[in-house]
Write a protein that binds this ligand. Sequence first.
Ligand code: PLP
Length: 380
Amino acid sequence: MRRPIYLDYNATTPHDPEVIEAMKPYLKEFFGNPSSANYFGTITRNAIDKARLQISLLLNCSPGEIVFTSGGTETNNLAIKGIALANKHRGNHIITSAVEHPAVLEVCRDLEKNGFKITCLPVNNIGIIEINEVEKAVRGNTILITVMHANNETGAIQPITGISAIAGSGNIFLHTDAAQSIGKIPVDVEELGIDLLSVAGHKLYAPKGIGALYIKKGTSLNKVILGAGQEKGIRPGTENILGIVGLGKACEIANRDFLKNHEHLINLRNMMYNGLKENLQENLQLNGDLDQILPNTLNLSFKGITSNEMIAALNDKVVLSAGAACHSGITKISEVLQAMNIPEEWAKGAVRISVGRFTTEQEVGRAIGHIVEAFQKLRK
Ligand SMILES: Cc1ncc(COP(=O)(O)O)c(C=O)c1O
């Protein structure tokens, strides 16, 4: 059987063949503990240093500002909890947004149970935070703003530089979850003006279970995991060498091939959108604005059907993600689409299409055909 066309790159990416090649020696022969000052440990210690440099070159920071973690979720926990607990004496107010990933929202909800006050910023109907909402939310006791760079469901890109100006003038730490933006749009920590930034390996053609946190020099944060002294004691535990090497290589590739990949993604995304729109016309709605979303992401609503029906109809042909979940006849609309005030009749038929580096024009062409056919069958 032919494999389905994979259009769910925001869920996870396949490993880049170059990433696999870079990791192979560390799977086969180089097993040393990087904390051991012996021949074997030195090899893996050097590999970590190289990966730190590769990441820093992509993010435009210094290698010493990178701490390796187990992925996007842990990174967000470390950034938010770490800053909140280290700055409790200065204030207890944190600003986030209604469209964050659970790896941010759940951390904020947990802090709320422990005496912190959380303000959840609204978004407009294209999923973007309005700067004046941030201005209004800031208080004298605000210690942290955590707002994602780009949204995983809609691809909406948030105005991080504008938010940074507000955070900077109020002496407030700014964290951004860049799990979805890295490799797709420029992510330069200097230009963005941020203090902390989360990286997730498996959204970037590296393995699952590896991530990194950029921590601006001079920023102190509390530990979330306690143990020995690895990663300057900020994130103890024997390092995931394989993942670290893979993430380093993935960042090198993202940096080296940025323009080529960006053009490829935009081209495929536009081909997909135009192809579907031409066929489905007023039966199709884009949840977002083409000029303010990631180059690889489309959140689309189909009129008169549910997300689950579309996903099921495409099952063995095209893989994409549901924007609403239907259980026992009850449709649960995603919190992101709810925050955007997408009318229920549209929101319940929302799907996310996310293309990637290995998607081809031919696949997009075939996928358009399958999606249009599925829609027409479902509407009959
Ligand atoms: C925006 C965003 N943040 C965080 C995460 C969590 O990352 P990980 O799966 O590496 O824990 C994801 C993954 O879906 C994501 O899309």
